[in-house]
Ligand binder design. Structure first.
Ligand code: RAM
Length: 508
């Protein structure tokens, strides 16, 4: 670990702002075939206060909360001769509460499913030490010697987003965009802790790909440059010789990362995030400080593009791109490398590193041309890996090759439109990858289509009940989950917050 970078990360630790959210509103969760997840909330009413063993109720806090739960336990009898045992289940969505956690059949550890059991010996205010992430709370009195009063449910919510910095959208902004922007801002704020977490429910980690979209959006929302700076330094501290930066890192108990977590596209997006940081903050000191790491990352990627313009991978978890099943990653990943290379060439120039600016510009021109010649199939008007890997026609490949500049103008527009409307093309399943489809549209000047795309994809998530944006979403498939069970999905996921970036930069 690089101590200097760690110290820099440390001194940029952000302040956490606290607000209290209380609830004494209970609801029922009922089956509803017309709802996306097959359930709806109903019968909102004031909570009762006295509960006997076996009683259950579901509180609705009215908004997504990330923080620390407390409640008061009292009793009317003279004394309790045994503890009161209460079970708590937390849900970002009503759907999670409607599911029996024991029915979970996914790949990730079930301990991410949010539940807790507390044994209370005396009348007191019970405060849970673990941070939870939820709107709905199911409370069950498992056992108690007598009926008890459970009241004063409150969450001490925490975020490093300063809402005072959030400017309202101008009057006259398209109301659909206003709604989407508000949900996106809430999504980002709830993921802003001592780092940009990917999701406060799970994995609560800093991922490079997520960081890039969070910081980019944050420059337009809460403007917490300090947090962006800290996250960039944290990754720089994890650099190892001859390897890509780890795709994710942990902050506690001390900063660390897993071996073999270098992800080509994510490492490139860390470079892109540094370029964005310099663009939006003009903080040359930090840019110069971190530039050598970005330079080595970019040189590493360049060294892995062979003389025929084909990108190769290091061993390990080589590329992410999207959670679409069975996605072929080489072509989109090469697009990511080109995309970052263009940004790095500009940064090198701005910082006076003429040699690298020139070398990367040359490599960019050369690789773009070779990638087009080798992978673009004119008869299909698509990037298509016919002679390498498993042949696959994907939106991910078209979008990233457009962003990488391997194709431009009308031909690029045709490639993207055709692919988006082709039933046989692989489509993105994460808001993260959908972001880059929108960015490709913006790059090609398809502004109305970009706006409509945001309204239809993120807007339909809201129509389907999202009050923060989800980790994975296919409007036609509620069962979609990277982990084989949607109950494990994160329903406030940072990489989904980027509509605010587009809206505030281009659509107001
Ligand atoms: C998941 C997380 C995270 C993402 C990685 C690749 O575990 O959702 O956001 O960056 O995948």
């Amino acid at each position: 670990m690089n101590k200097y970078y760690l110290e820099k990360a440390d001194i940029n630790n952000p302040k956490l702002y606290e607000t209290e959210v209380v609830s004494d509103t209970v609801i029922d969760i009922l089956p509803d075939e017309t709802a996306f997840f097959g359930v709806k909330t109903a019968n909102a009413r004031k909570n009762a206060e006295v509960f006997a063993p076996g009683d259950t109720f579901i509180l609705d806090f009215g908004q997504h909360c990330v923080g620390y739960l407390s409640f008061r336990m009292r009793h009317d009898d003279r004394y309790l001769d045994a503890p009161v045992k209460v079970k708590l289940r937390f849900g970002e969505t009503a759907y999670e509460i409607s599911r029996d956690f024991a029915s979970y059949h996914g790949g990730l550890c079930a301990s991410w499913l949010q539940e807790d059991t507390v044994s209370i010996d005396f009348p007191e205010i019970v405060s849970l030490p673990r941070r939870y992430c939820f709107r709905y709370l199911e409370v069950t009195v498992i056992s108690s010697p007598r009926p008890v009063r459970l009241t004063d449910f409150a969450v001490r919510c925490v975020t490093s987003a300063d809402y005072n910095n959030l400017e309202p959208l101008p009057t006259g902004t398209d109301p659909d965009l206003v709604k989407i922007d508000a949900v996106a801002a809430k999504t980002l704020a709830d993921c802003m802790q001592t780092a940009y977490e990917d999701g406060p429910k799970r994995d609560r980690r800093l991922w490079t790909g997520d960081l890039r979209l969070q910081a980019l959006t944050d420059y337009y929302l809460f403007k917490n440059d300090r947090l962006a700076r800290r996250c960039l330094y944290l990754f720089a501290a994890c650099e190892e010789d001859g390897k890509y930066l780890p795709g994710c890192l942990y902050q506690k108990p001390a900063v660390f990362f897993d071996d073999g977590m270098g992800i080509t596209d994510y490492a490139m997006l860390w470079c892109a995030a540094l370029c964005d940081y310099f663009t939006y903050t003009a903080d040359e000191v930090t840019a110069r400080d971190l530039y050598p790491v970005a330079q080595r990352q970019m040189d590493l990627a360049c060294s892995l593009i062979d003389g025929e313009g084909v990108l190769h991978f290091l061993d390990g978890w080589f590329s992410f791109i999207d959670w679409a099943p069975a996605i072929e990653k080489r072509i989109p990943c090469e697009g990511v490398v080109l995309y970052a290379m263009e940004k790095m060439a500009s940064l090198a120039k701005a910082l006076g590193d003429e040699a690298h600016a020139q070398a990367w510009s040359d490599k960019l021109d050369d690789t773009r041309k070779k990638a087009y010649d080798r992978f673009f199939d004119k008869s299909r008007c698509a990037f298509y890996n016919a002679d390498i890997d498993t042949p696959q026609y994907s939106v991910q490949s078209q979008a990233w090759m457009i962003l990488g500049g391997a194709i431009t103008g009308e031909e690029a527009i045709a490639a993207l439109r055709t692919c988006l409307s082709s039933p046989d093309a692989l489509k993105p399943v994460t808001p993260y990858m959908h972001h880059y489809v929108v960015e490709a549209m913006v790059k090609l000047g398809m502004m109305e289509e970009a706006k409509d795309y945001i309204k239809s994809y993120w807007g339909s998530m809201i129509a389907n009940g999202a009050d923060t944006f989800w980790e994975a979403y296919d409007p036609k498939n509620p069962e979609l989950s990277p982990y084989s069970d949607p109950i494990m999905n994160s329903f406030c996921h940072a990489w989904s917050c980027s509509p605010s970036y587009f809206i505030r930069k281009y659509f107001i």
